[in-house]
Write a protein that binds this ligand. Sequence first.
Ligand code: ZN
Length: 290
Amino acid sequence: MRTRGSPRVLLSIMPELPEVETIRRQLAPSLTGQRIRAVRVTRSRAIRAHATADGFRALLLGRTILALHRRGKALLLLLDGDRSLLVRLGMSGQLALAHADTPVVPHTHVVLELSDGRELRYIDPRTFGQMAVVAGHDPAAMRELAHYGPEPLDEAFTVEHLAGVMAGKGTSVEAVLMDQTQVVGIGKIYADESCFLAGVDPRRAARSLTRDEVTRLHAAVRDVLARAIACRGTSGQDSAYRDAHGELGDFQCHLTVYQRAGQPCRVCGTLIEYRPFQGRRVHFCPHCQR
Ligand SMILES: [Zn+2]
């Protein structure tokens, strides 16, 4: 069924915090302690921070993976020699751990051959994502990540912090939630879902939120992200997001507004709207969200 302002469209899912955290958790046990014994690059755009594939390869060859960390939507493979491999999945990036004899799928741009004979493969049809070797292990000291706000599931993300970043801002609630310098890891899916759970219209000016609304939004962000991680993330109608085992996430079954344009609100039955707003589109229930 079509409704005005709520067109049926194929929404792609760009990996956000829960999807990247899922991949980190799945890969960490297999990758930790492995040595990188060869590096193959078949698309230079996937390593565009480096001048040459040879330069990228030289920084990785022989390095041991010490741990996997995540900062916002970025995945970090901490390596010996005080450097890290920063992985951004962009719009459609995937990481897959495969045996060497498993056929390489199309759009595989970087392959790291590991000491146990398996390969870590970076696949990205649209190639908005990238891999880059950066100095150090501390995200706060990395030029690429130093400007990031607190992790929403860490203690540093308090009601006071959220109230502070909303206060005085004429931009929308949705825009502040998606601003990585204020709080990291949230994109369109979890901004829309958090606003629904909090009962807040995502188009409202950030400064108009009451303390109660900020408190509800803070709890909603944490609740939605934690549940999405437990479901191994959200796969879109295009099924582009796959976890590190190649499986779809489960959280799309629990979405309340995102991808549900024109469908009845799970709380009140009003049709979910999907409206253009300040250069993007937002999903919301016009009855439940004020
Ligand atoms: Zn509703």
